[in-house]
Design a protein around this ligand. Structure first.
Ligand code: NOJ
Length: 486
């Protein structure tokens, strides 16, 4: 019991009705107030597209169904020693069969949009040649179901699952793969463009090329020498450019075309003119082989000089195709690369992360919310981009299902809140980000890490396929409902 003095002090401290002890300590009233009363202090523009993303091989499963052909990820994940615990995407989230109930969960969260990818080998089991109508039908059903639930589909055409038949003929080392991608992309656009209005060509060129063809830790597991690796990079950006042209040429209605790239997210360690200029320069140069060449249609002088005899071989026509103007740029952003000004001719230096630097469950996922401010800003400023999306952002967390059947992923909530606050900072300054896709809608197959790291807003019990919204799903639902952050 409070004595007289402390009772008075207490009353003084909490003089407003809202802060009366009962309101402070009653979980019931806190929960009731949380649902609708609080305004969004950080509100986003009307119509801001709140979404979530997945990718075919990571969620679909059903790898042998309805005529799907094998991709390099089937081969790689079934090769002993390549993935954590030998995990494969054979079943994954079984989304191929559960897509309808998954879409109900999306609706429950209030998602305005959903980004999915098409599995190339469902549509063309051997990469080229005869299409497989049963494969495309899955995407027809998926798109129809999304639209019936007022969720706008955003479609990625390549999220790393290259047809094995094409890999056997050289994969991305061969220019033919760029052409094959364009034909496939045009075919899908022709059939979905009556309902899908936003297409992304390739997802994260920087990841699938560097990890799969440079470091050998993703499919197809190659460690190419520098010249061959640069040629693979070139074929990837060429595939993007040819893909943009093919989608526009074959679409049956007006569509917007872009890509989903994960540029090195250079950010100034101190926000003053000197370091900001260094970070902007670093952003352009560090991404010279991917986003910069796509936006400028040429390799920077520094890039060509740096690679010398190992620089990619290219023609003027290829460069023109690579630089085909896009309608929007999608950015996948997870970490920040901290940059400082430097007195060398380069003008900048990247600061290596100290051992104590905070990260999420995936060791590579260092925390840097300011990336969600600087990367869209640099992209818009450098290349005068008018439409941007955060096509991925999210975090792996050590999610535990507690006995009350909940997952209290407070670290993911904190991560999202901090990143979204930085996104809000940019948007309110006029950076033209039109939407945000949280990675991921549900836990899924995290490539070589298998099922070890969970990125979902929904917890998935992979034995039963039961989905449970985590605390972060409740948080994100609030963000969507308020169109902003408290
Ligand atoms: C980017 C990739 O596009 C996605 O497939 C992956 O699961 C997430 N990053 C998390 O690593």
């Amino acid at each position: 019991m409070l004595n007289r003095l402390s009772r008075r002090t207490f009353a003084k401290l909490f003089s407003s009705a809202a802060l009366a002890p009962s309101a402070l300590y009653s979980t019931e009233s806190a929960a009731a107030g949380f649902a609708s009363a609080l305004p969004a202090a950080h509100s986003f523009p009307k119509g801001f597209l709140w979404g979530s993303a997945t990718a075919a091989y990571q969620v679909e499963g059903a790898v042998k169904e309805d005529g799907r052909g094998p991709s390099i990820w089937d081969t790689f994940s079934h090769t002993p020693g390549k993935t954590n615990m030998g995990d494969t995407g054979d079943v994954a989230d079984d989304h191929y069969h559960l897509y309808k109930s998954d879409i109900q969960l999306m609706k429950e969260m209030g998602l305005k949009t959903y980004r999915f990818s098409v599995s190339w080998t469902r549509v063309f089991p051997s990469g080229t040649g005869s299409p497989n109508p049963r494969g495309l039908d899955f995407y027809n059903r998926l798109v129809d179901e999304l639209l019936a639930n007022n969720i706008t589909p955003y479609c990625t055409l390549f999220h790393w699952d290259l047809p094995q038949t094409l890999e056997d003929k050289g994969g991305w080392q061969s220019r033919d793969t760029s052409e094959a991608f364009a034909s496939y992309a045009g075919y899908v656009a022709e059939r979905l463009s009556d309902r899908v209005k936003h297409f992304m060509t390739l997802n994260e060129m920087r990841s699938f090329v560097d990890l799969g063809y440079g470091r050998g830790i993703h499919a197809p597991g190659l460690e190419l020498a520098p010249a061959a690796l640069n040629q693979v990079r070139h074929h990837a950006v060429l595939a993007h450019g040819l893909g943009v042209q093919a989608i526009r040429a074959h679409a049956k209605a007006e569509v917007k075309v872009g890509l989903a790239e994960n540029p090195e997210a250079c950010a100034p360690i101190i926000e003053n003119a000197e370091h900001i200029a260094a970070a902007s320069k670093a952003f352009r140069e560090e991404n010279a082989g991917y986003l910069t060449v796509v936006m400028e249609g040429r390799y920077t002088d520094a890039y060509l000089e740096h690679h010398g005899a190992n620089a990619p071989k290219f023609t003027a026509a290829e460069m023109k195709a690579i630089g085909t103007p896009v309608d929007f740029v999608g950015l996948n952003i997870y970490t920040a690369t901290w940059v400082r000004a430097d007195s060398t001719p380069k003008g900048y230096a990247i600061i290596p992360a100290p051992k104590s630097y905070p990260h999420m469950m995936s060791p590579w996922l260092t925390v840097g919310p300011q990336a969600l401010y600087w990367t869209p800003k640099f992209t818009a400023d450098l290349w005068k981009v008018k439409e941007l999306y955060i096509t991925e952002n999210g975090a792996s967390s050590a999610d535990v299902m507690t006995p009350d059947g909940q997952v209290y992923d407070s670290d993911r909530v904190m991560y999202l809140r901090n990143y979204l606050t930085q996104l809000h900072r940019g948007v309110s300054e006029g950076v033209p980000v039109k939407g945000y896709f949280c990675w991921s809608f549900m836990d899924n197959y995290e490539w070589a890490d298998g099922y070890a790291y969970r990125f979902g807003l929904h917890y998935v019990d992979f034995k039963t396929q039961k989905r449970t919204p985590k605390m972060s799903a409740h948080f994100y639902k609030e963000v969507i409902a308020r169109n902003g952050l408290a």
